[in-house]
Design a protein around this ligand. Structure first.
Ligand code: FAD
Length: 416
């Protein structure tokens, strides 16, 4: 008889299955996809930012939703612990900018393959099946009903993910299973997501990617909520790219707040240096038209936008540009603003915020406070973090907590 059934062969489910099996439980892992870790394999642009080299407190500081809830799970597995776990599984790791940890091979596939090897070694039963419902007998949890078979189990770990990137398999089934047990689902919201703007300049520049710019996000009280350097992309709907995804996790109140993006197109030059550069450019190209000179300062598709925003006629000769016009150009280069109206949909988000309500889950074990024997791990929970390997770290740490607790429960049942 199966003792622990794990629903979902993503990061959290595989970790939970491994930890439960290492504790001696008989584990069945249900995953409808042909391969385990379908989402894991596309993380970090296929390189998998597997964790962040951080201790518990640093991890918590990067988890805006549910950080305190994860105190116990991160105490038992922090970023260093995750690194040891994968190196022990034969995945050499390296640490990059911002303490982001990747496999030396730069292949996410090596991470999922190592997990799969360990599942095999431990004798975990893999079932290519989709969990449809919890099996309840006299109000007690008795297993999981799949599309192909039933899986009797003393403990069930729901690690079915959120609702982002549904093509990878996370379609909200975890919420349905949790609801069946009476759990509250905090409405899913997108996090780490592209942003929508009604500024026509975005569409005019769609496809333009800006590298090494500084993006600062201000709320309606002009308070800075995010500022970082990196890469940003204009799209037909607004803005995207790594910087924007990171920024979006800090813009948590689209209902009640308005956000303005301020892009510094020349972060390496302070105002004085940039002004010197403009003076030099205008002097060297004194007989050229303004739009031509702009070609030396911004990408081609940005020129008409800069012309419009600075209000200088494109055929103005460089030598007749006034000090005030030069000042306006400088200001536009240092603070190119884009107002955003909201995020794109949750299905386009890297991470789903919202999920199983944390007050109904024991933070030590990830066990349901409503239905004994039921556990949760990973993105199905109402937790989400900033970019940098923190979201996968949540999956590993909650997977471990749930797996070990579920196996322990099973042992207690056996001892009776
Ligand atoms: C493009 C992209 C890049 C990312 N890059 C990073 C990164 O570099 N670093 C980082 O930390 N985070 C990254 N993330 C976030 C990270 O991938 C997730 O936080 C993490 O995968 C969550 O793990 P999970 O196991 O909870 O859910 P998932 O990985 O979504 O796994 C859930 C699994 O459950 C299965 N399932 C669903 N319903 C059922 C059912 N009814 N029965 C059985 N199985 C079911 C699904 O098929 C799926 O395999 C990225 C996300 C995306 C989309």
């Amino acid at each position: 008889m199966n003792s622990v059934a794990v629903v979902g062969g993503g990061a959290a489910g595989m970790m939970a299955a491994i930890c439960a099996a290492r504790m001696g439980a008989a584990v069945t892992l249900l995953e409808p996809n042909e391969r385990l870790g379908k989402k894991l394999n596309i993380t970090g642009k296929g390189r998998c930012n597997v964790t962040n080299q951080s201790d518990r407190d640093e991890l918590i500081a990067h988890v805006p939703q549910g950080g305190r809830f994860l105190y116990s799970a991160f105490s038992r597995l922090d970023g260093y612990g995750t690194m040891r776990f994968f190196e022990d599984l034969g995945v050499p790791l390296k640490v990059e900018r911002g303490k982001r940890v990747y496999p030396v091979s730069d292949r996410a596939f090596d991470v999922s393959a190592a997990l799969e090897r360990e599942l095999m070694r431990l004798g975990v039963t893999l079932s290519r099946d989709r969990a449809e419902a919890l099996i309840l007998r006299d109000g007690q949890l008795a297993g999981v009903k799949g599309g192909h078979a039933s899986y009797p189990a003393e403990a069930v770990i729901v690690a079915a993910g959120g609702v982002s990137y549904p093509a990878t398999g996370s379609t909200g089934d975890g919420y349905r299973l949790a609801r069946q047990a009476g759990h509250t689902i905090v409405a899913p919201r997108p996090s780490l997501v592209p942003l929508v703007s009604d500024d026509p300049d975005c569409a005019a520049m769609q496809g333009l990617s800006l590298r090494n710019v500084t993006l600062t996000v201000k709320n309606q009280n002009n308070k800075t909520v995010f500022s970082e350097q990196g890469e940003l992309l204009f799209t037909h709907f607004g803005v995207s790219g790594p910087l924007v995804l990171s920024a979006s996790a800090h813009m948590r109140d689209f209902g009640g707040d308005r956000y303005r993006l301020v892009i510094d197109l020349k972060p390496a030059l302070d105002e004085k240096k940039l002004d010197d550069r403009l003076l030099r450019d205008f002097a060297e190209r004194s007989n050229q038209n303004y739009d031509h000179v702009l070609g030396g300062l911004v990408p081609r598709s940005m020129i008409p936008v800069m012309v419009r925003r600075t209000g200088v006629a494109p055929d103005t000769k460089a030598n007749s540009i006034t000090k005030a016009q030069r000042r306006k150009l400088l200001e536009t280069l240092k603070a190119f603003t884009v107002d955003v109206t909201g995020p794109r949909g949750v299905e386009e988000a890297i991470v789903t915020s919202g999920g199983v309500k944390l007050s109904e889950v024991d933070p030590k074990t990830m066990g349901s406070k409503l239905l004994p024997g039921l556990y949760f791990a990973g993105e199905v929970l109402d937790v989400d973090a900033y970019t940098g390997g923190f979201n996968l770290q949540i999956a590993w740490a909650t997977g471990k907590a749930a797996g070990e607790a579920a196996a322990d429960d099973f042992k207690k049942v056996q001892a009776l």
